[in-house]
Design a protein around this ligand. Structure first.
Ligand SMILES: O=C(O)CCC(=O)C(=O)O
Length: 301
């Protein structure tokens, strides 16, 4: 029997890559979708960089002992490095990538802030949660996630609950209170809660509002993923809130919000996205010193 030719497959040329990098724009429909549902995905948007990204990811872990807190990754609990992309010039340069800049500037404004990054080996399930509880009038925070292995709904693919980012709305507020008790309230395992599931291939880019409820189920012991966190620039009358947010990073035992490579290789364009946080993280070193006294290891997330 004759098979139809696979018209969806063709070689990616240098021209495609350059088109992809420099002519990428977000449509009004994508922006509206993001506002309404709180997430977006861009399959294969970063395909041309994915091998270099995977190599850089592995190199950072190798330099840092392979797992959490300088020790090997045992596969029994999540290993986490914060800040992550800052540990590598290649990964730091994601902050200069025209596609990341287009997404960030479109959703957060030309003067958006880079808010740090985590690199992870996830182990098992991640239950439903939000990364923040920001009100509509607060600066918006988003997370861009890179998953470095193919993932399906049963092997740890990220899932999100559409519309759950709209804190203050009855539906979103009720979800916040209930989603952690799905078994008790709905006789339902977390994996069966209605959600959008991103069955990702490396090179895909997934992003969501920090408020958006997200989870992952069925992952193995070594699920590779890193994030970039970004937010709108804080107005002058909300600098206290920015400093309080930065204080939260003390649990990772870091003295400054950004790593040395991120700062050393910063272009003037990148500096626009570093400057506000850099000017407001002076309290972090003392808070981290206190955290080291009361914690047995830096936080795993
Ligand atoms: O992939 C996962 O397990 C969840 C990721 C997550 O919760 C996060 O990055 O905030």
């Amino acid at each position: 029997m004759l098979r139809e030719p696979d018209v969806s497959f063709r070689c990616i040329t240098l021209e495609d890559v350059e088109m992809n990098q420099h002519d990428f724009t977000m449509t009004d429909s994508e922006i509206n979708f993001f506002k309404t549902f709180g997430y977006l995905s861009f399959p294969q948007l970063m395909a041309d960089r994915i091998t270099a990204i995977q190599d850089a990811f592995e190199a950072v872990w190798d330099e840092r002992g392979g797992g959490h807190d300088g020790k090997p990754h045992e596969g029994t609990a999540r290993s986490c490095i914060v800040p992550f992309i800052d540990q590598s010039e290649e990964l730091s340069s994601l902050l200069d990538d025209p596609r990341i800049l287009t997404i960030a500037k479109t959703l957060l404004g030309d003067d958006f802030n880079y808010m740090g990054s985590d690199g992870n080996f996830y182990v098992g399930d991640t239950g439903w949660h939000s990364d923040g509880g920001h009100k509509l009038e607060d600066p918006m925070h988003i997370k861009i996630a890179f998953y470095l292995d193919p993932l399906t709904r049963d092997t740890g693919a990220l899932r999100v609950i559409p519309g759950s980012h709209l804190f203050g709305d009855n539906y979103a507020d009720a979800l916040s209170q209930q989603v952690g008790k799905s078994q008790e309230l709905w006789e339902m395992h977390g994996k069966d809660v209605p959600a959008t599931i991103f069955e990702t291939t490396p090179g895909d880019l997934v992003l969501f509002n920090h408020n958006t409820k997200h989870a992952a189920f069925g992952g193995g012991t070594h699920r590779r993923m890193f994030t970039m966190n970004l937010c709108q620039r804080y107005p002058d009358d909300k600098i206290d809130a920015l400093q309080a947010y930065i204080a939260g990073s003390a649990r990772f035992w870091i003295d400054r919000k950004y790593g040395e490579k991120m700062i050393r290789t910063a272009t003037s364009e990148r500096w626009i996205h570093l400057e506000q946080v850099r000017a407001n993280d002076g309290h972090l070193a003392e808070l981290s010193r206190q955290a080291r006294e009361r914690m047995s290891e830096p936080s795993r997330g």
